[in-house]
Design a binder for this molecule. Structure first.
Ligand SMILES: [Mg+2]
Length: 260
């Protein structure tokens, strides 16, 4: 993995020579530092202003893709005319269009049932935070003591045993995600859909993310776009470049803006 600012000459050339750029951004851990409780995450007003400004440029469209529910994400970001995807791709809303939910009544029911079962199963473990989000469901364990983390994972796997046909289990940063087995989507597919709706092949996709679910996007645009991981460089990641922190992501966006 290459440190982005060390390769700025090559990257800036690619950006400058592109007729249009889709700037895809994850939210938690990418635009905002990770916090103890997801409800407390707050977008810095300076970063919000920056995103608004870059999105106003004629040759750039911003898209924010998150595991959060769409409404929650939009409230946190607080900007119009941006493409949004919530629930790991299960919800998409393009500028000036209606929100679309990719799910079925049966899938929504399975998520609700899993949530109810989890409430009971995790009630004895302090620090677990359960987040039902409609299309998907998350078990957060950032505040669980280290010696009980394994137990949390085991309970999740055990509960999932009864939902093998209807739900998929995904492990992320201090969180376990449950999503429908069908319909199937992820952030990578969501970005592809947004690309298509934004105008097709001449667009250069840029994507920045910090977590396991962002790898789905890196995989999709690895060869066609610019992929940027946030954090200490990880061998497992499919991203080509890395930035060290959300502060560096903001710095990158500022630099990008000066090119257009
Ligand atoms: Mg993230």
């Amino acid at each position: 993995m290459k440190y982005l600012f060390r390769h700025w000459a090559v990257i800036s050339n690619r950006l400058k020579n592109s007729p249009f750029v889709l700037l895809g951004l994850d939210f938690d851990g990418t635009l905002t530092p990770i916090v103890k409780h997801p409800a407390r995450a707050k977008l810095d007003p300076g970063v919000r202003a920056l995103i608004k400004k870059v999105n106003l440029l004629e040759r750039i469209q911003v898209a924010i893709l998150s595991g959060r529910a769409l409404k929650d994400l939009q409230r946190k970001v607080g900007l119009k005319n941006i493409a949004y995807s919530g629930n790991h791709g299960y919800e998409i809303q393009l500028p000036a269009q209606k929100a679309r939910l990719l799910s079925t009544p049966a899938a929504l029911r399975s998520i609700r049932r899993f949530h109810r079962r989890s409430q009971k199963a995790f009630s004895s473990i302090p620090g677990v935070f359960l987040e039902p989000k409609g299309a998907t469901f998350t078990i957060h364990y950032r505040n669980v003591s280290a010696r009980r983390v394994r137990q949390v994972k085991n309970i999740a796997r055990e509960l999932h045993g009864d939902f093998k046909n209807s739900l998929r289990l995904r492990f992320g940063k201090k969180a376990i995600g449950l999503r429908p087995a069908w319909p199937r989507t992820d952030k990578g597919r969501a970005l592809k859909a947004i690309l298509k709706k934004t105008g097709g092949r001449k667009i250069l996709p840029v994507y920045i993310g910090d977590d396991a679910t962002d790898e789905d996007v890196f995989r999709v645009i690895r060869w066609s776009g610019i992929t940027i991981f946030v954090g200490q460089p990880e061998k497992k990641s499919r991203a080509e470049f890395y930035l060290k922190s959300p502060a560096e992501v903001a710095r990158f966006i500022k630099r990008l803006m000066r090119l257009f």
